[in-house]
Design a protein around this ligand. Structure first.
Ligand code: CA
Length: 237
């Protein structure tokens, strides 16, 4: 059986043309003419690839991408209008694997489809399996016996749960994901409190003190190190 492709294009003639070409190449094809039905069909997960026009009635292609989410496993090739550079950028940012500019030569579209199918195979209906290996560890950051699980919003040391506030949690995550890199107070402030934070930079020192009192002191370890005059670091060794 050929790969199944969802063609989302509101210009029905163009959709039909693409459909015929794809069938000719041995693909199974379904069509959707608007964003809403595209979303419904896409979410069924039964396609190997989705061709998605950006300019669609109701929900446009970029919004469809956003709603599917970055983790959506089916590769998407966007159909964009010429010169719509921002759309292309936004589309790729939203997780599209490729785009093709209208009007296009059908050979080019077919070539791009072949490449996308090769680079982004969706294993028969088991779309998530591909990333299983890493998904167990995804969002999990470790330092020695300390473990921060982002999805569960949970921090443990040798299995002992440590209760952190949201900002302490973010601060710890930033330090753990940047091990051996000295994080300046400004950087930490920005990451923990946001760009628009107005206030004392010493809130960073305050959160570090909280973290140390909940982790370093309780378990008698030296995890967070001070780099005088610069900031803080968690060293991997
Ligand atoms: Ca259109």
């Amino acid at each position: 059986m050929g790969a199944k492709i969802l063609v989302v294009e509101d210009e029905e003639k163009l959709a039909r043309f693409i459909e015929l070409e794809l069938i000719h190449e041995g693909y199974d094809v379904e069509k959707a003419f608007d964003g809403r039905s595209a979303l419904e069909k896409a979410e069924s997960g039964e396609y190997s690839l989705i061709l998605l026009d950006i300019m669609l009635p109701e929900i446009n292609g970029l919004e469809v991408m956003r709603r599917l989410g970055k983790e959506f496993p089916t590769p998407v090739i966007l159909l964009t209008a010429r010169d719509a550079v921002m759309d292309k950028v936004a589309g790729l940012d939203a997780g599209a694997v490729d785009y093709i500019t209208k009007p296009f030569a059908i050979e080019e579209l077919l070539a791009r489809i072949r490449v996308a199918l090769k680079l982004h195979p969706v294993s028969d209906g088991m779309a998530d399996k591909k990333t299983d290996q890493s998904s167990d560890e995804e969002g999990i950051y470790r330092w020695h016996d300390l473990c921060l699980d982002e999805k569960k919003h949970r921090v443990t040391y040798k299995g002992n749960e440590i209760t952190l506030t949201n900002r302490e949690f973010i601060m710890l995550k930033v330090l753990l994901t940047n091990q051996d890199i000295v994080m300046t107070r400004d950087t930490l402030l920005e990451k923990v409190c946001g760009y628009d934070y107005v206030g004392e930079t010493n809130v960073v020192d305050v959160y570090i003190r909280f973290l140390r009192s909940k982790i370093d002191e309780v378990f008698d370890i030296k995890m967070i190190q001070t780099v005088r005059g610069v900031g803080y670091v968690i060293k991997s060794e």
